[in-house]
Design a protein around this ligand. Structure first.
Ligand code: CU
Length: 215
């Protein structure tokens, strides 16, 4: 069952990340990103090979459901943490985030909150990445400038390989509708995107299933 697998690996990833983050602090962009590389190596070396439980095609994929553990909310620091999993299921040839494609899942965040996305590529076959982009049509065919500083994962273009992780952390300081988009050429346009809404009127983050379709 994918959600059990997610919880297990996520917990391991967080533990492995902590020492790097504490030691490195929040320096320049370059420093943060290079530390992330170190984290990935550490996780890859230290973690046991993942057990991939995945449906083989759309027909066999389980019905999409929101796992409450994907979202953690800290109302004191106004920080929302989201477990963003590329290729969680076999849906759309694994071109999905958390088992959703074409905007079928929407993360809503209050304006001004800090957003942390723990990205992990669960796909055993393809590399993936993620960035926050404008809600545009037609969809980009590859990486574009993110709408918030640092709102992208390492190797946007090439993607991160199976079970690699990276964190993106940014302040949602502009209200509106955005896409959480895979930057690997062709993936986003093929449906590998979900939604991020930044709302000036809501006080609590939420993660809900939304109608899938073109932006
Ligand atoms: Cu992708």
């Amino acid at each position: 069952m994918p959600s059990l697998s997610l919880a297990c690996h996520s917990a391991g990833g967080v533990v492995a990340f902590a020492p790097f983050r504490l030691a490195g602090g929040r320096g320049s962009f370059a420093t943060v990103k290079s530390l992330s590389v170190a984290c990935i190596v550490g996780v890859a070396v230290g973690a046991a090979p993942p057990v991939v439980l995945r449906a083989q095609g759309d027909a066999a994929a389980p019905a999409p459901a929101v796992d409450p553990s994907w979202l953690q909310v800290d109302t004191v620091t106004k920080t929302v943490t989201f477990q963003l999993v590329a290729g969680l299921t076999g849906l759309n040839g694994a071109l999905n985030f958390n088992g959703f494609r074409d905007g079928g899942l929407t993360l809503t965040v209050p304006l001004g909150w800090t957003v942390v996305m723990h990205f992990r590529n669960h796909d055993g076959m393809l590399p993936h990445s993620a960035e926050i982009i404008a809600d545009t049509h037609p969809l980009p065919t590859g990486p574009v400038a993110p709408v918030f500083p640092r709102a992208f994962t390492l190797r946007l273009d090439q993607g991160l390989i199976s079970e690699q992780t990276d964190d993106m952390r940014f302040i949602a300081d502009g209200g509106g509708s955005y896409l959480i988009f895979c930057g690997v050429p062709g993936h986003g346009a093929a449906g590998m995107w979900i939604r991020l809404d930044v709302s000036g009127s809501l006080r609590t983050p939420s993660l809900v299933v939304t109608p899938a379709g073109k932006p």
